[in-house]
Design a protein around this ligand. Structure first.
Ligand code: G1P
Length: 291
């Protein structure tokens, strides 16, 4: 398998989730009992991506702390004879080689990815948006592993997709493409958050991308777009005029945890996969009886 690096833009201001995100990173909000970004870093690691750059902004220090050692907590757990908990928190700090860089100005997702230019050093790389969590199907490959297969087959950039109902389309990047086979498209166009009447399809971009290094040149040349920000989607739109870009509908359950409703869905469903599932299921039954 190709050893590619992972880039995690996490400098966004989380305005869809205020006030919770006023002073804490949206990527650190717990989905049941684990911060959102940890699920996504675990996805990368499970697919063999262990060199990771997290792009942070001001006020995101807790994110770096989470993946650091915590000697006081370890000593405390030692004194209480809790070896499983010690192993669990040590594993968080050892699972990957995580580097951090600051995006000094919130100039958009495309600008954030550009700050990874020297880290990726002219090699293909993966981009993960930590507020998108994709829970794999039973026994199935995780999202980025599914995309790596297509990248290895084609050598091209690959973008994760989900077909969504019409009312959700304007919240995402949307693709136009020719179907190659079940779930696989060769992109012919891409547009960031169009109104539904202008959307070319209902195939929307999930926060998973594998890029050839050429994307960096396109990002350099991308002017500010929607919201005055440098949009990653706009750079994809010029990239696909130069090289083939594929879109793959991802197998698995996708959660957009960047807004309160998607966050709640994810939290409930992860609770139902946890050791406390029976208790949670029982509670939900009493709740639905009251509705
Ligand atoms: C970003 C991308 C968008 C994509 C989405 C996936 O939007 O710009 O194309 O569909 O992530 O979650 P954001 O959620 O940062 O507004």
């Amino acid at each position: 398998m190709t050893r590619i690096k992972g880039v995690f833009p996490a400098a966004g201001l989380g305005t869809r989730f205020l006030p919770a995100t006023k002073n804490q990173p949206k990527e650190m909000l717990p989905i049941y009992d684990k911060p959102a970004i940890q699920y996504v870093i675990e996805e990368a690691v499970a697919a063999g991506i262990e060199d990771i750059l997290v792009i942070i902004g001001r006020g995101k220090r807790t994110l770096a702390d989470h993946f650091d050692r915590h000697p006081e907590l370890e000593a405390f757990l030692e004194s209480k004879n809790k070896p499983e908990l010690i192993a669990m928190i040590r594993n968080i700090s050892e699972m990957a080689n995580i580097h951090y860089i600051r995006q000094k100005d919130a100039l958009g997702l495309g600008h954030a990815v550009l700050t990874a230019e020297s880290f990726v050093s002219n090699q293909p790389f993966a981009v993960f948006l930590a507020d998108d969590i994709v829970h794999p199907d039973n026994g199935g490959k995780n999202a980025i592993a599914q995309m790596l297969e297509i990248h290895e087959e084609t050598g091209c950039s690959v973008i994760g997709l989900e077909a969504v109902p019409d009312e959700k389309v304007p919240g995402y990047g949307v693709i136009a493409g020719n179907r190659i086979r079940e779930g696989l498209y060769e992109l012919t166009g891409v547009v960031e958050k169009p109104p539904i009447e202008k959307a070319p399809s209902n195939l929307t971009i999930v926060g998973r991308y594998i890029f050839t290094p050429a994307i960096m040149q396109h990002l350099h040349e991308t002017p500010p777009g929607r919201n005055g920000e440098i949009q990653l989607t706009d750079a994809v739109s010029t990239l696909l005029k130069k090289e083939k870009v594929y879109g793959l509908t991802l197998k698995g359950r996708r959660y957009d945890t960047g807004d309160p409703a998607g966050f709640l869905e994810a939290t409930i469903e992860y609770a139902l996969r946890s050791p406390h599932a029976d208790q949670v299921r029982q509670y939900l039954r009493t709740l639905t009886a009251k509705l």
